[in-house]
Design a binder for this molecule. Sequence first.
Ligand SMILES: [Zn+2]
Ligand SMILES: [Zn+2]
Length: 328
Amino acid sequence: MPQLAAPTDAIVKVTRTTICGTDLHILKGDVPSCEPGRILGHEGVGIVYQVGAAVSTLKEGDHVLISCISSCGKCDYCRRGMYSHCTTGGCILGNRIDGTQAEYVRIPHAETSLYRIPPGADKDALVMLSDILPTGFECGVLNGKVEPGSTVAIVGAGPIGLASLLTAQFYSPAQVVMIDRDPYRLEMASRFGATACIDSGVDDPVAKVMKLTAGTGADCVIEAVGVPETFELCQALVAPGGIIANVGVHGVKADLHLESLWDRNISITTRLVDTVSTPMLLKTVRAGRLDPESLITHRFRLDDVLKAYETFGDAARSHALKVIIETA
Ligand SMILES: [Zn+2]
Ligand SMILES: [Zn+2]
């Protein structure tokens, strides 16, 4: 049972959580800041159980969405809306401090890291707002400056790529092309509104995208995988004047082909999700403009969390996108 450690903390009784690709990276040992014994998980919804003395905007019994990013709201980074780099917060939940794959979790900077939700709201759908939707939207769609009539290519049709696909449609792009090697995920993408899907295990994605764009390439290319090969593919897909918006978590160096890009007027962006768009995304979900529940493929009880990890980790066979873990 976690205890309040600062007056700005809250203890939240977790009702739903999920597993993220980042959790798999942690299990593989790719994230040294996460020490053995840590409770994982940085996504979820729950009910406020206890608040510290300095918390005035939340009270026991409030239903809340837990943001994957903890932010103090006061440091220089937070004042600029860059919550991901908060000097006493950021990406700490389920990493540097115990996370949400548990019955209860301690949330630091509770007032600025939790979002109140109505008691009747669809809790499963809202879990998608802790991380993947703001990540796909902020790092992919906003940084990639998706515009009405523009052409978007998304490399990687996993949960994050699909979250970018869903939120790119806020801006009415003319084309959204999804590229992946998993036919099941591409089928989901076409159901979620992709105008073209390219199986890069079968077809040459560069030739196909050039054909779809009359030889120019895509105005916005979103990298949602995180390996050198896909980052290099993005460089071959981007149109003159376009943007490569990197979302993927890269563990090794990737080549930048300046010899072919130096005169193309392109930009490359990187970002750790700030979750500044969370209030807006909450409104779109509540208004039925966005249906993140479609990303949920499996459901488990907390007792079966190992099975949940197995299923999520073997997505090629299980066809898992997001798994919901019911904790209460
Ligand atoms: Zn995550
Ligand atoms: Zn801060």
